[in-house]
Ligand binder design. Structure first.
Ligand code: NDP
Length: 301
């Protein structure tokens, strides 16, 4: 099959593209700037529209694009970038597909879209499944709009699968690279109470889930893409300390995180959400790394 992948140069996308190519699929990276040497679809910037012919031979779209949520304070300008790089890019692609269909051209059959467990907002102890509705806060609103943009493609007859990623763990990047820094200088530990929940997934399991979403026609709608065993921040940090080989012993007070990061501290660090992948498990979906200690041991081995 031929896939158009947005965000294919990122932490998750790079690994996904490798896997798709290893399985014999062809990948067209959907990029902001042309990269010579690989087949790409270039997204026009500054309000330009994508050529509908770009999708003529594409069988599936995998939409991962988005500016990094965890970098920099959420100023109004940064929030606008976070929205535009997700909701804006999703709309640009969807409009091109709609136009292609109007012109009687062949369009892809499946659309797989990233989202996040931030969709549910934050809660101290509730267990969230896909049956729960959207929560409150900037991330919940962003996920809602991003998902709605992807779901537009259902009107064109595409099978749309939304994967609400937990924190993705893998070597060489993502949240783990940032979480590991204090451990490497011997001051690892939790932030705030340490009792906030973290929903997480090993990148290998996430890629297996994407592969399943490509091939399993039963998969439609939203799925929590996280391990069935969410952990508290304290449990995550203890497991990380053991995997790296330095103890988790410090605790950054909540007020310091709030001063440093503002609103982002509450939504991303001090409060969390405890999600389970109920719909994926119901399909018989399995996880190679359901246990965070084992996942982190594998990553730091
Ligand atoms: P990265 O930050 O590593 O990569 C982001 C990707 O998006 C890059 O390929 C980047 O392209 C592309 N991108 C950014 N802005 C734009 C834009 N305006 N137009 C087109 N492409 C753009 O992210 P991850 O791989 O970690 O995450 C992928 C997606 O999954 C993101 O949308 C993220 O929000 C979501 N997610 C990730 C989680 C995680 O733990 N990693 C958790 C929950 C959700 P370029 O090379 O041009 O910069």
């Amino acid at each position: 099959m031929i896939f158009a992948v947005t965000g294919g140069t990122g932490f998750i996308g790079r690994s996904l593209v490798k896997r798709l190519e290893a399985l014999g699929h062809e990948v067209r990276l959907v990029v902001r700037r042309d990269r010579s040497g690989s087949k790409t679809i270039v997204l026009p910037q500054n309000g330009g529209e994508l050529d509908p012919a770009s999708f003529a031979d594409i069988d599936g779209v995998i939409n991962l694009a988005g500016e990094s949520i965890g970098q920099g304070r959420w100023t109004p300008e940064r929030k606008a970038q976070l929205v535009a790089s997700r909701v804006g890019v999703t709309g640009q692609l969807a409009r091109a597909l709609a136009k292609a269909q109007e012109q009687g051209a062949r369009i892809p059959k499946v659309w797989i879209n990233a989202s996040g467990t931030g969709y549910y907002g934050v809660h101290r102890d509730k267990v969230f499944t896909e049956a729960d509705g959207v929560g409150q806060g900037f991330l919940a609103d962003l996920c809602l709009r991003w998902e709605a943009g992807a779901r537009q493609n259902e009107n064109l007859g595409l099978r749309v699968v939304i994967l609400r990623f937990g924190v993705v763990l893998a070597p060489g990047g993502g949240a783990l690279a940032q979480m590991a820094i204090p451990f490497k200088i011997g001051v690892g530990g939790s932030i705030g109470s340490g009792r906030q929940w973290m929903s997480w997934i090993h990148r290998d399991d996430l890629i297996t889930m994407i592969e399943r979403a490509i091939s399993d026609e039963q998969m439609v709608g939203a799925y929590n893409a996280c391990s069935p065993q969410p952990v508290t921040m304290e449990q995550m940090m203890n497991a990380l300390g053991k995997a790296i080989g330095t103890p988790s012993w410090t605790r950054l007070p909540a007020f310091v995180a709030r001063i440093a990061l503002g609103e982002m501290a509450d939504e991303m660090l001090l409060e969390g959400q405890r999600c389970v992948p109920e719909r994926y498990l119901a399909l018989g979906g399995q996880f190679r790394y359901p246990d965070v200690a084992e996942a982190l041991r594998q990553i730091y081995r």
